[in-house]
Design a protein around this ligand. Structure first.
Ligand SMILES: Cc1cc2nc3c(=O)[nH]c(=O)nc-3n(C[C@H](O)[C@H](O)[C@H](O)COP(=O)(O)O)c2cc1C
Length: 185
């Protein structure tokens, strides 16, 4: 465990990177919402696609998220965490995943409990983040292949915008509070 008496950002501010990978915009919208809340709480925050991050070591805190496709994080998001694991393992890090847990019904709800370990259990073990959240995003028929739509129907799911902004805001405020705590990583 490393420690620092004060936040290490320039001018004494806390610098945070919110980095995301998605396909249809839900993950980006959630990342931007988190970034907005963090800025409101005094964090100097960059919100970027994982592939646009040029200085991955230059932050005090990291919030990294990915859309889930077929029970996995998208490859660019996994690559970002794996490539920067040495840095992330020694900073304050939170991960989030965007899937469709709120769309699941009946017996399919049991999948929610299993999804985290399956999707990013290895990344959690590698960098030991301070938290992980599974949020719901938007799912529409235009996002899915013909086979995907058939499977969606067979599971009895409904298309829709399942984003829970209250839950996102709450989590972002918790992160802001932790980021302002001096010392512990
Ligand atoms: C091809 C495809 C596969 C998906 N697989 C999963 C999945 O395995 N688990 C899940 O919870 N959500 C799954 N989803 C739902 C997406 O994660 C959800 O729609 C999310 O909002 C997508 O984020 P984005 O808009 O940033 O791309 C899938 C969506 C697509 C299009």
């Amino acid at each position: 465990m490393t420690s620092a008496a004060q936040p290490t950002g320039r001018h004494g501010t806390v610098r945070v990177l919110v980095a995301q990978a998605g396909v249809h915009g839900s993950t980006r919208s959630i990342a931007e919402r988190i970034a907005t809340r963090l800025r409101e709480h005094g964090c100097e925050t960059d919100a970027l696609d994982v592939e646009a991050v040029s200085e991955p070591a230059g932050y005090d805190g990291y919030v990294v998220g990915s859309a889930i496709h077929n029970m996995a994080w998208l490859p660019p998001a996994r690559r970002f965490v794996r490539t920067n694991a040495d840095v992330l393992a020694h900073r304050k890090v939170w991960l989030f995943s965007v899937g469709m847990p709120a769309a699941l019904r009946g017996p399919w709800k049991a999948l929610v409990g299993k999804e985290e370990g399956h999707v990013i259990g290895d990344l959690i073990a590698e960098i030991d983040p301070l938290g992980h959240r599974l949020f719901s995003g938007v799912i529409g028929p235009e996002h899915l292949s013909r086979a995907g739509r058939a499977k969606f129907r067979a599971m009895g799911l409904r298309y829709g915008d399942y984003r829970d902004w209250g839950a996102v805001d709450h989590w972002a405020r918790e992160i802001a509070a932790r980021l302002h705590e001096p010392g512990l990583v």
